[in-house]
Structure formats: C-alpha cells, structure tokens
Design a protein around this ligand. Structure first.
Ligand code: C5P
Length: 299
C-alpha cells in the first residue's frame, strides 16, 4: 500500500495479490475453511483518492468507465462495496460520522482471486484513518480489517510476502530474496468464492508448506515454482471451463510454473524475468486473451 498527500487530497494505492500456495487445513464451525496460504503483493494497483466533502460520497471507475449504483455486480453497488463498509466501521470506532469524497479507480479485475475488493477495503481503512485523524493504531486497524474480509489484513500489513492462516487473516510476514515476475490472465467469466469452496472434495491429504517456502526464501525460484499449489484449482476447473482452458494454454508455454490465484478465475505463470513475462503476455494475447497483466512482486 502506498499513501501520498497530493494537491487533490490523499492518494492511496492498493496492490493486487497472488496466492503462490493455498491449501485447506479443515472446516470451521463458522462455515469457513482454515487455510494455509502464501500471499505475494504485485504491482497491479487500484487507486483511491480521498478529498473533502461534508457527506460520504463514493465514485468508482473501472478501466476508464464510470460504474453506476445500478450495476448488476453486487460488489460494485455502493451499499455493498467494501470501501463504504470500511468507512462505516471507522465511524463506529470513532463515534463520528465524518464526510469525505472517495474516488476509486479500479484496475484490478473482480471475481479474479486477485484480492481487489479486499485491497480496496484495506486502503480505505488506512486512508480514512489518516484523513479523518481517527488515530487508530495498526493492531486496531487489523482487527477491523479482519471483520471486512479474510484477505483484507494482508493488504493492511504492508508485507510483500506473508503466510496467511485461519481464514487467511493470521499473518506471518516472510522475506522475499528476489523480485518475482508473473503474467496473469483473467478469463472473461468469474467464479463465486463460496461456490468454489463448496466444490472441494473432502479427505485429500495436506501438502507441506515448507517444501514451497524454504526454496522461495532461499531464492531458489525454479525449485519453489515447481511446488506452486492451489487446492482450489480442481474445484475451480470443474466449475469453470474457462479456467480449465486457460490452464491448458499455460501448460503449452515454457514457464517456471503456473496455477490459479485464490478461488480464481485469474490464472498466473511465474517467469524468470520481466522480458520472459512480456513475451508470454504477447503469446497469450495472440491466443485471444484480452485481460493479460505483466506484474512484479512489490518491494
Ligand atoms: O471471504 P469471503 O467472505 O469473500 O468468502 C466468501 C465465501 O467463501 C464464504 O462465505 C465461505 O463460504 C467461503 N470461504 C471459505 N473459507 C475461507 C474463505 C471463504 O469457506 N477461508
């Protein structure tokens, strides 16, 4: 996350995330699953601009197009958008209903497994905490973040690489030995997170995280990339032919490794360097994918 005072107001940038490892550790009484996951923040940014207004106002733009409250996408409707929920949580915490004009310029696609909504919620919490001088501490903000969603604390924690446990909100920051390069494809169709979790087959033995993490922390990227793992890949492929097809496309391209991010539908390939990622992106665009992103881990 990057916070900067500008002539216009406060600008906060929210990165996307990829899950380099995601395994299920069990079912919880609250209807969620316990996870063990590795998040990495990447430089595909949503931008939040906060400026003065007597009321709480919210405007959103995706790829240059304004999206109205009449949008059929529930998460983009102002009343359900996580940014506004974040603002209202701060109202509750401070006991004051302050105003602000919030403009969200979205670049991270939704229903993508890239954490876009969670990242927006995290920057809204941090940004409005600063704008309204709420004075909440980082641990207090992390508590509010966990109320907003399982991935929100990762974006608030400011660690480019972290293990997430519990629903993903119990974080252990990790060291990143080298910059990582990826190419991401977002198929046109999306997937509901709840539907993907419902499709999980029970009784599959857990995968050992250290097999992935130890080589990654030592900078042995090709070794780590061979152990990319996402337990949600099989259910996502069952539910979405687009995911299965994208996986096949990636299998034909020489890469360090490839897998699904989160519950999809974004699929990513891990590249040795930026040049390779640009080349792979060109191949994928030539095969008809419109939403292809070349990204690096955030320093
Ligand atoms: O985190 P979020 O509220 O977006 O999750 C949507 C749904 O996905 C949850 O209601 C739950 O059914 C499922 N889920 C889960 N375990 C998780 C995260 C999500 O079962 N760790």
């Amino acid at each position: 996350m990057r916070l900067q005072q500008t002539a216009y107001g406060l600008q906060v940038l929210a990165p996307a995330k990829l899950n380099l490892f995601l395994d299920i550790r069990g079912r919880r009484p609250d209807d969620y699953h316990d996870l063990e996951t590795v998040f990495v923040a990447v430089n595909l940014w949503d931008e939040l601009l906060i400026s003065s207004s007597p009321r709480l106002e919210f405007h959103l733009e995706y790829c240059g197009l304004p999206l109205s409250a009449g949008s059929s996408r529930l998460e983009l409707k102002p009343e359900s958008n996580l940014v506004l929920r974040a603002a209202r949580l701060l109202w509750r915490a401070t006991g004051q209903e302050c105003g602000a004009h919030i403009f969200l310029r979205k670049r991270i696609p939704w229903e993508a497994g890239l954490g876009g909504g969670s990242a927006d919620a995290a920057v809204a919490l941090a940004g409005l905490n600063r704008w309204w001088n709420c004075g909440l501490t980082q641990p207090q903000l992390l508590e509010l973040a966990a109320e907003l969603g399982s991935d929100v604390p990762f974006f608030l924690a400011q660690s480019p690489l972290a293990i997430g446990r519990g629903r993903g909100e119990i974080l252990t920051p990790c060291q990143l030995a080298r910059k990582l390069h990826f190419v991401i494809v977002k198929p046109e169709t999306g997937l509901s997170t709840a539907a993907v979790f419902r499709e999980l087959s029970p009784g599959i033995p857990p995968v050992d995280l250290s097999q992935f993490l130890v080589p990654l922390e030592r900078g042995l990227l090709s070794c780590a990339a061979q152990r990319l793992h996402n337990r949600l890949l099989d259910p996502a492929q069952k539910l979405s032919p687009a995911v299965a097809q994208t996986r096949q496309e990636f299998s034909r391209i020489p890469l360090l490794g490839h897998t699904l991010s989160g519950s999809g539908t974004s699929y990513f390939g891990w590249c040795v360097q930026r040049q390779q990622a640009d080349h792979v992106a060109g191949l994928l665009r030539a095969r008809g994918y419109r939403r292809v992103y070349v990204v690096q881990s955030v320093a």
